[in-house]
Design a protein around this ligand. Structure first.
Ligand code: AMP
Ligand code: ZN
Ligand code: FE
Ligand code: FE
Length: 286
């Protein structure tokens, strides 16, 4: 392998949730840009894992199954927990992801009703028609863009779908403890995704919150991510070193749903292969 094999991507979305490329196509794209290892981390589902695993095998890329679970956290923060190395055949995992789907179905219905009450001509079926797996706000945002209600997805979140938006509705979520336990029960390791989205006022406060998650069994933190500034990367890297946690990194690629994010890149940074190797070792040890 050439020196491009240095680079990996452990945080990607496909059409199994709110990405725009099919699971196989995400892996193909990774191969074409020279990634040597990947994970697929769709929201609340492992629906894309079988295809991605098979494609990675055919193309000779290392692959680790993943999932990204939304957990309860005080506003205005968002807590997403990545699960790596989970067994896609785990029965409990299937049961719990079904539950998460129920919570989403319920919320999507409430959001659409709110939009209708605001005089917007939108039907739940139009949203469902856009989605192939986990249905989320990005799909609703896309419908609003397609109908010309807003100019782009970002605006749909700002005006209607984001926290404080006119049609904002929250979904039933697992507590952080439940999310971490669910990942462990399925044989995986739990990693705090994009900690900057916790929206804590300073690094001291972030450190306390992350320590609480470590006490609940968190195994690692996502050090490199498209949202992270150099200062965030530095803090998270030092935090992980201090508490002997796994370090992970990824672009959070969503295809054209987040058009500024490119696969294999997180704000122009590459993600080191060493992250994958430590992660694989940790999963093997579990
Ligand atoms: P949901 O899982 O339905 O709550 O939707 C969350 C997803 O929407 C996130 O993972 C992002 O991909 C996307 N998202 C959240 N906030 C925004 C925003 N302000 N603009 C664009 N996409 C967003
Ligand atoms: Zn997403
Ligand atoms: Fe996320
Ligand atoms: Fe993500």
């Amino acid at each position: 392998m050439g020196n491009t094999s240095f680079s990996i991507d452990l945080h990607c979305h496909s059409t199994a949730s709110d990405g725009t490329l099919a699971p196989r196509d995400v892996i193909k794209l990774g191969k074409s840009i020279g990634l040597s290892a990947m994970s697929l981390t769709d929201h609340d589902t492992i629906g894309g894992i079988a295809d991605a695993t098979d494609e990675a095998k055919q193309l000779g890329i290392d692959f680790i199954p993943g999932i990204e679970i939304s957990a309860k956290f005080p506003e205005p923060g968002t807590l997403h927990i990545l699960g790596y190395g989970i067994d896609p055949a785990n029965a409990q995992l299937a049961e719990l992801t079904k539950e998460l789907r129920g919570g989403r179905d319920d919320r999507n219905e409430r959001i659409v009703k709110k939009l209708q009450s605001l005089g917007i001509d939108i039907a739940l079926d139009e949203v469902l028609a856009l989605a192939q797996g986990t249905v989320g706000r990005p799909h609703i945002a896309q419908v609003l863009v397609n109908k010309g209600v807003v100019s782009h997805v970002q605006q749909a979140f700002k005006k209607y779908l984001g926290q404080g938006g006119l049609a904002y509705e929250d979904k039933e979520r697992f507590t952080p403890r439940q999310a971490i336990e669910m990942i462990h029960a399925a044989g995986g390791v739990a990693v705090c995704a994009h900690a900057t989205q916790l929206r804590l006022e300073n690094f001291a406060r972030l450190e306390r919150v992350l320590k609480d998650l470590v006490d609940l069994g968190l195994d690692g933190v996502e050090v490199i991510h498209s949202d992270h500034r150099p200062l965030d990367v530095k803090f998270l890297d030092a935090f992980a070193t201090r508490y002997k946690l796994l370090k992970t990194g990824g672009s959070d690629f969503h295809g054209s749903m987040k058009s500024k994010v490119r696969l294999g890149l997180a704000r122009q940074r590459l993600i080191p292969r060493a992250y994958f190797e430590a992660l694989r070792d940790a999963v093997t040890r579990r």
